[in-house]
Design a protein around this ligand. Structure first.
Ligand code: COA
Length: 306
């Protein structure tokens, strides 16, 4: 049998992507495709795991039984998403242990938003509403990813994340229709989360380092900027409908483009936060390290039994 040249294999791979075929773990893929997926999926998995913390701390204080139950269910869902994503990344050849030890050593990135504080119950509602809406827009796009296991994981995750949006929105509506103090609290939370949520879709295409290749190989099917614009166009009318204000005086609908104009976030702040210097990075990693240590006996018991 004649060995195919590297060029021929790449050409065949790209033709499969162009035909809309899914790439599966056992298929040939360029190393850069594999490494990009491992990077992105492991960061995504870490985000789900660390993402349990800012809202999880509110479980004991959730106002009422129904909200407590929904919040517990949401936080449990995030843990499940993390496991699903670690599995998808493992199939590409990097062990779960290695990914987790990089997270605990502070060497891995995870979503910027989870490094901000949640000082009020209103933050829980606003995270579910704003952050999860941005996440679902991004992940609906990723459900079309050329890498089969990632796209399939996204479909299940988006289904659950859509419920999380409802959980957050329901809490926000109750506060927006409540007392003056509750309305002020929810507005303050929108003010806190607006720019971090805009940053969540990633830096603009001119700064993004991975987008070009990710778009060419359909790991992502939309650019960071497109995803952010979709978020703004969807959420701004919702914010205003609740009698709340978008904390950006320049944010306005532009009839010519059919889009909202908005002020770009501070991209230097994103760089600082994702590189370890955000308001809560240390607190989040300390909590993860403690949880990892506390769970050691379970891992050891399972290993001994297998
Ligand atoms: N939070 C944390 N890191 C971010 C980020 C964010 N909001 N936006 C960008 N970055 C990081 C990237 O991971 C990359 O870091 P690296 O080179 O050390 O790996 C760097 O900033 C440059 O960004 P970019 O070239 O645009 O990366 P990208 O093509 O991977 O796009 C995302 C960034 C977040 C849009 C993309 O990774 C993605 O869609 N991830 C999956 C979704 C996800 O993780 N959601 C988490 C919320 S639950």
């Amino acid at each position: 049998m004649v060995e195919k040249t590297a060029d021929a294999r790449l050409e065949e791979f790209e033709a499969r992507i162009d035909r809309g075929e899914k790439i599966e773990p056992g298929d040939w893929m360029p190393d850069a495709y594999r490494q990009n997926l491992i990077r992105m999926i492991s960061q995504h998995a870490h985000s789900e795991i660390v993402g349990q913390l800012p809202e999880g701390k509110w479980i004991p204080y959730a106002p009422g039984f129904r909200r407590k139950l929904t919040l517990i269910a949401k936080v449990q869902d995030e843990a499940g998403h993390g496991q699903l994503l670690y599995r998808a990344a493992e199939m590409l050849g990097k062990s779960r242990e290695e990914m987790i030890s990089e997270l605990l050593a502070g060497k891995a990135k995870y979503a910027n938003v989870f490094n901000y504080p949640t000082p009020h119950w209103a933050d829980v509602g606003v995270i579910g509403w704003l952050v999860d809406t941005a996440a679902v827009i991004n992940q609906t796009m990723l459900a079309q990813s050329s890498y089969g296991p990632y796209g399939r994981a996204m479909k299940r995750i988006c289904y659950e994340e859509s419920f999380h949006i409802k959980q957050g929105y329901d809490a926000v509506v109750a506060m927006a229709r409540g007392t003056a103090d509750q309305r002020a609290a929810v507005q303050a939370a929108v003010d806190r989360w607006w720019y971090p949520t805009l940053m969540m879709s990633g830096p603009p295409d001119t700064i993004s380092t991975h987008s070009q290749l990710a778009l060419r190989w359909r790991i992502k099917t939309k650019s960071n900027e497109q995803v952010r614009q979709e978020f703004v166009d969807l959420i701004v009318p919702q914010i205003r409908a609740l009698g709340l204000t978008v904390p950006d005086p320049a944010c306005a609908f532009d009839p010519a483009s059919g889009r909202h104009r908005y002020t770009q976030p501070d991209w230097e702040e994103l760089k600082r936060v994702i590189n370890g210097d955000g308001p809560c990075n240390k607190e989040r990693l300390d909590a993860r390290r403690k949880a990892h240590e506390d769970g050691r006996w379970v891992r050891e018991a399972l290993q001994a039994a297998s």
